[in-house]
Design a protein around this ligand. Structure first.
Ligand code: FAD
Length: 577
């Protein structure tokens, strides 16, 4: 991969580049679906671009359950081929970016009268291991009631028959999206966030371009491309409507909510997946000293950009955990953060939200607009392959560009390790950084956190920290921040996070505090207390990096504070603002 800076300071330049000459493929929507498509297109040799109206992963791709599923759920629906495919995809991601597909032990507790029988679950998990190609050490194990309670003492004892133990893989959805976008950009894709498509441009009845507004500077652009892909997740139908092609199948949006509590309030050793009286399944997942609980599945008709956790969602999830862990008695005051995402499902008449297939589907309009909706984070690579295969099939004879077959199976993903590197090699890399950091006076926990978040790119952040100490210009900026810290009484232990912010602005196109604190680092979800402590120094630094004036800095700080407040304020319904 070549080293092209994916920097917020270059965002404007990238937009201008896209406007200069027509692209082969233009993708609208910077969630995981769009990211996969632009990555695949670029690797095959198409001159490609992507625009996103908010920050990357602003939509569903930062609001999922954050699992790379093995496809157990599909087995229940008899979708054998899908289980095999999803199992392969999970293994592939684990090999390429092990920090973004981390195996976590999962428990499936089984109760008398529950929707899952002990023997049928045992058989199901066995078949699943075989179909999904599960590694030997991660294969299912069935345990009786006593062993289940020994492993998870907080579980409801009454009616417990035993449990199935297996593995799911935890990810960071927004980080996976950004790493795929960075991988595409490193191969030559032009990509920009905060650029909204407002209109399509047609030639001879065929879609030939889009009008775009830069939501930061207000500038307007016209971008042209031979093929235009609408990968707008929950907004897919809005774009189809804009194209005048919204007919036949359409989307049904359903909302899924997650709650975060401190792990001391719900101290579990495994992630758990259990059924609730209405027949649905709920996850509780330990992460970064917290436990998160989710999800709901209700038809949604409110504002697509800002789904919220309502009082009803909160009560539903609290009732579910308090029922299966009867002694913990979690209340709304324990909830530190929440997030709500929208599933862009393909509407199926007469089916309940949880019964609708999660399969993806491609729609091609008469104008040539290609739209893709549905699907899962886990299947993004195969979805992208399908879309680009379709484009390749359409271009026969018409296109001069020689393109290769799909390359993503063997291509590296940014932040991953060298092909064939072992867990031991990765530990050696981490230890080397810890030694270096210690000599620079940085505590090892920063390196642990950076390696978990940025994989093999953690070294760049340490490098940035080194610059903070060596570079004269940066020294001045550091002094300015130091002064502010003294004024506000904040601690100087926040300096490493400033090097991390530098990295995300200069290498990941973070353009605001919220981009950094929510989608690049998930800190607003899992480290709320630190966010509150660090907001002041971070706001000074982002101002220095992006040349923002005091008014803009204040706006950004308010944005973060309001978002934190909204997470733990529970409106009565989805239409409340
Ligand atoms: P999005 O991520 O929503 O991206 C669409 C983007 O298009 C948005 O960022 C939006 O801002 C942009 N856009 C819209 N209009 C315009 C415009 N006019 N111009 C420019 N840009 C525009 N999958 C899993 O594999 N594992 C899970 O654990 C899992 N859990 C889930 C839990 C929940 C609650 C939900 C809702 C989904 C879950 N999924 C999971 C599914 C998965 O998250 C989604 O399939 C996936 O994130 C959809 O990505 P997307 O790119 O299609 O949509």
């Amino acid at each position: 991969m070549t080293n092209r800076l994916f920097s917020a300071q270059r965002r404007n330049e990238l937009l201008h580049n896209m406007a200069k000459q027509p692209l082969d493929v233009l993708v609208i929507g910077g969630g995981i679906t769009g990211a996969g498509i632009v990555w695949d297109a670029t690797l095959r040799g198409f001159h490609s671009g992507l625009i996103e109206m908010n920050d990357f992963a602003f939509g569903t791709s930062s609001r999922s359950t954050k699992l790379i599923h093995g496809g157990l759920r599909y087995l229940k629906q008899g979708e054998v081929k899908l289980v095999m495919e999803v199992g392969r995809e999970r293994a592939l991601l684990h090999r390429k970016v092990p920090h973004l597909a981390v195996p976590i032990p999962m428990m499936l507790p089984l109760y008398k009268g529950g929707s899952l029988g002990y023997y049928s679950s045992s058989l199901g998990l066995l078949v699943y291991d075989y179909l999904a190609g599960v590694k030997k050490i991660e294969r299912r194990r069935m345990v009786g009631k006593d062993e289940a309670l020994r492993l998870e003492p907080l579980l409801l004892e009454e009616g417990l028959k035993g449990a199935g133990l297996y593995y799911e893989y935890r990810t960071d959805d927004a980080r996976l999206t950004i790493e795929i976008l960075k991988s595409a950009h490193a191969e030559g894709a032009q990509i920009a966030n905060y650029a909204e498509v407002t209109e399509f441009i047609y030639r001879d009845g065929k879609v030939a371009g889009v009008k775009v507004v830069d939501r930061i500077h207000g500038e307007e652009f016209e971008l042209y491309a031979q093929y235009i892909v609408n990968a707008c997740g929950p907004w897919v139908d809005r774009l189809r409507e804009l194209d005048g092609s919204l007919s036949g199948k359409h989307l049904l949006l359903t909302k899924g909510v997650h709650l975060v509590v401190d792990s001391t309030r719900l101290p579990i050793r495994h992630a758990l997946y259990f059924d609730v009286p209405d027949g649905r399944m709920i996850f509780v997942i330990p992460r970064e000293g917290k436990t998160y609980i989710g999800t709901t599945d209700t038809v949604y008709e409110g504002d697509i950009a800002q789904p919220r956790t309502t009082k009803e969602d909160l009560d539903y999830l609290l009732a579910a955990v308090n029922r299966i862990f009867p002694t913990v008695k979690i209340g709304s005051e324990d909830v530190e953060a929440t997030w709500a995402g929208l599933r862009p499902l393909i509407h199926e008449e007469g089916k309940k939200p949880s019964e609708i297939s999660r399969k993806d589907e491609i729609f091609e309009s008469e104008t040539g607009l290609i739209s893709i909706a549905g699907g899962k984070l886990t299947g993004f690579r195969k979805m992208a392959e399908k879309v680009i295969d379709l484009i390749v099939s359409r271009q026969t004879g018409k296109m001069e560009r020689q393109v290769r077959p799909c390359q993503t199976e063997h291509a590296a993903i940014c932040s991953g390790y060298e092909e064939g590197s072992s867990a031991r090699d990765q530990d050696t890399y981490k230890q080397k950084l810890i030694d270096e950091a210690t000599s620079l006076g940085i505590s090892a926990h920063w390196i642990e956190e950076w390696v978990a978040r940025y994989g093999s790119n953690a070294g760049y952040i340490l490098e940035q920290w080194r610059k903070w100490n060596d570079d004269e210009h940066l020294q001045q900026e550091k002094e300015e921040i130091g002064q502010r810290l003294t004024e506000t009484g904040q601690l100087e232990d926040s300096f490493p996070v400033l090097a991390e912010l530098d990295y995300c602005v200069m290498h990941e196109m973070a353009t605001s505090l919220e981009d950094f604190l929510l989608r690049r680092t998930s800190r607003m979800l899992f480290q709320r207390a630190q966010v509150e402590r660090w907001i002041e120094p971070l706001s000074v630094r982002i101002g220095q990096l992006l040349g923002c004036d005091e008014k803009e800095i204040e706006k950004q700080k308010h944005g973060v504070k309001n978002a934190l407040e909204d997470m733990v304020t529970f409106p009565n319904d989805d239409h409340a603002s």
